[in-house]
Design a protein around this ligand. Structure first.
Ligand code: SAM
Length: 211
């Protein structure tokens, strides 16, 4: 069972306003206050414990990374990484990406990553899938023209659903790997979930798409 309320998580989150913002109903966010050098913004939605964005932010100082995660109990693990190794080009946001448009300005993001998103297999939960039309509509607004959506997953059904959803939304798939770890793709940065699946020998799917 996932613990949504880890003792002390809120206190820890509120102690580091430079690294993390807890988005509440009345929170207004101006990313330019954090992204002082006006770097291109790349965002991971459903970041989990943050290994992926934290690693990318270390590797690419010319990009400003935003990691979004809705659960306090999970995002504090990402915050611990930033406390241990602070980075100027990484901001963590605790909120539900269902409200993305309320928080992120239109045409302000160059790239969105969806890594190992919850598959929500039941049809009645389709709207919660991060590649559902409800989310794609929001991504279209916040992404710049030619902005990219990158998805990785171990879940074949979610991958197939995403391809159909992206295609129905008239997006173009520009890159696809059906077995990423046994492909010629170079420079892959793994996530926490990816490491687990890799160790079990599971196949990883990846696609990139544009509106
Ligand atoms: N991306 C990480 C990885 O690959 O290790 C975590 C994967 S985990 C299966 C999915 C994460 O997405 C969970 O931590 C969940 O809380 C988060 N998540 C799911 N829907 C979300 C939403 N609408 N807004 C923000 N976070 C979300």
């Amino acid at each position: 069972m996932r613990l949504r309320n880890v003792k002390g998580a809120k206190d820890l989150i509120n102690s580091y306003p430079k690294y993390i913002v807890d988005i509440l109903e009345d929170t207004k966010l101006d990313l330019s206050e954090y992204n002082k050098n006006n770097l291109p913004v790349h965002m991971e939605i459903g970041m989990g414990k943050g290994k992926f964005v934290h690693t990318l932010a270390k590797l690419n100082k010319d990009v400003f990374y935003v990691g979004i995660e809705r659960f306090d109990s999970v995002i504090v693990r990402a915050l611990e990484k930033v406390i241990e190794e602070p980075l100027d080009n990484l901001l963590l946001l605790r909120f539900d990406a269902a409200d993305l448009r309320d928080i992120i300005k239109p045409s302000s993001v160059e790239r969105i990553y969806l890594n190992f998103s919850d598959p929500w297999p039941k049809v009645r939960h389709e709207k919660r899938r991060l590649a559902s039309p409800t989310f794609l509509k929001q991504y279209k607004e916040v992404l710049v023209d030619n902005g990219e959506l990158h998805q990785k997953t171990d879940n074949q059904s979610l991958f197939e659903y995403s391809i159909i959803s992206i295609n129905n939304y008239k997006m173009t798939i520009t890159e696809m790997y059906l077995d990423l770890h046994n492909s010629d793709y170079t420079g892959n940065v793994t996530t926490e979930f990816e490491e687990k699946f890799k160790n079990k020998g599971q196949r990883i799917y990846k696609l990139t798409a544009k509106f």
